[in-house]
Design a protein around this ligand. Structure first.
Ligand SMILES: Nc1nc2c(ncn2[C@@H]2O[C@H](COP(=O)(O)OP(=O)(O)O)[C@@H](O)[C@H]2O)c(=O)[nH]1
Ligand SMILES: [Mg+2]
Length: 325
């Protein structure tokens, strides 16, 4: 779907993500739940996606990753034009969410997220004053420098020093300000509209090797031991019965396209949770599953619950807990 530009808004809970999504799409549809909305400006089609909030003390990183996969995974598997990272108020109060953002980068975005990220300073009443905005950027650069973290230095290099930052103010019920911030954001997006969108290396590799119109014929797929990294979406493999993707560095999968899967070997990978198994359909045919040697696997075995036909399970050398009935 190259004709629509996906914009994903990520940031701390309460940092103005939904207000930004509303200002951008000129609507009131973004509230608590994650939603997406399509709109058009100067003949360019956009889809804005309001992601799960970061920095929630009740969520572990693994749970957060699960939520991201469930709610925005399919968008990430398409092209992503821009990630809008919202930062509101004092930077020091955003540290937990910034760290989570950079952690998610490895699991969801091939460590390339910063090449597509723009910081949106929300709730910035002086957003029309250039000096104020520049002062704020300097302070932000200093904050990231002082912190001494490699990741933060990268935020300076790839985002701030490239002037990928927009200051806005979207207070509720202020149509006038909202229009101004809408214009500022759309002008900015138009400026970046020629840029290459984000697409994972794995998705590019898969499309090259298995063009989407040829996937339906495949019943067996062996992509083991190929140093594949990140998130694997096997959409279109509608007749796949046996999949071997063992011995890679996969961090998650979307198997919702593979309704006929009987045998799945995904041993020796970097999955953080078994959440990807939820993407198999409820009437799945899976009989054999190998998830052994996935040392980073944590959490419980809940996700195995809907595998009602499962006969054989290899599960040694993981950090999973809980009983198998
Ligand atoms: N003054 C002002 N208030 C804002 C701005 N952005 C969001 N808010 C308010 O801050 C609160 C949280 O915003 P919301 O968009 O729901 O945050 P989210 O959790 O990141 O989606 C709401 O009461 C908003 O009306 C802004 O730019 N300026
Ligand atoms: Mg919200």
């Amino acid at each position: 779907m190259a004709d629509i530009k996906n914009i994903i808004i990520i940031g701390k809970v309460g940092s103005g993500k939904s207000a930004l999504a509303n200002a951008l799409s000129n609507s009131d549809e973004f509230k608590e739940e994650t939603v997406d909305k399509e709109f058009e400006s100067e003949k360019i089609k956009y889809r804005v996606i309001d992601a799960v909030g970061l920095g929630d003390i009740k969520l572990t990183k693994e749970k957060l990753l699960e939520k991201f996969e469930e709610e925005i995974g399919t968008y990430i598997d398409e092209d992503v034009s821009q990630i809008f990272l919202t930062i509101e108020g004092k930077f020091s109060e955003s540290e937990k969410s910034l760290n989570e953002f950079l952690w998610l980068n490895e699991y969801l975005f091939d460590n390339k997220v910063l090449d597509y990220t723009t910081i949106i300073r929300t709730n910035f009443p002086n957003f029309r004053n250039k000096e104020n905005c520049e002062k704020d950027i300097k302070e932000l650069i200093n904050f990231f420098n002082d912190n001494g973290k490699e990741n933060y230095a990268e935020l300076n290099e790839k985002v701030l020093k490239k002037e990928k930052i927009v200051h806005v103010d979207n207070p509720p019920f202020n149509e006038n300000l909202r229009k101004k911030s809408n214009k500022k954001l759309l002008d900015y997006l138009k400026k970046c509209s020629d840029g290459e969108p984000y697409r994972s290396n794995l998705s590019k590799w898969l499309t090259e090797k298995y063009p989407e119109n040829e996937r339906e014929n495949k019943t067996v797929l062996d992509i083991s031991g190929q140093k594949l990294k990140g998130r694997l979406n096997l959409k279109g493999f509608a007749n796949l019965r046996r999949l071997n993707c063992a011995g890679n560095q996969l961090t998650s999968m979307d198997l919702s396209g593979c309704k006929k899967l009987v045998e799945l070997n995904c041993a020796d990978n970097k999955f953080a949770s078994l959440n990807f198994l939820k993407s198999v359909s409820s009437d799945n045919l899976l009989e054999q599953l190998n998830i052994s040697n996935c040392c980073s696997l944590k959490g419980d075995l809940q996700s195995l619950k809907n595998l009602t036909k499962l006969e054989t399970l290899f599960i040694t050398n993981t950090n999973l807990d809980g009983d198998l009935e």
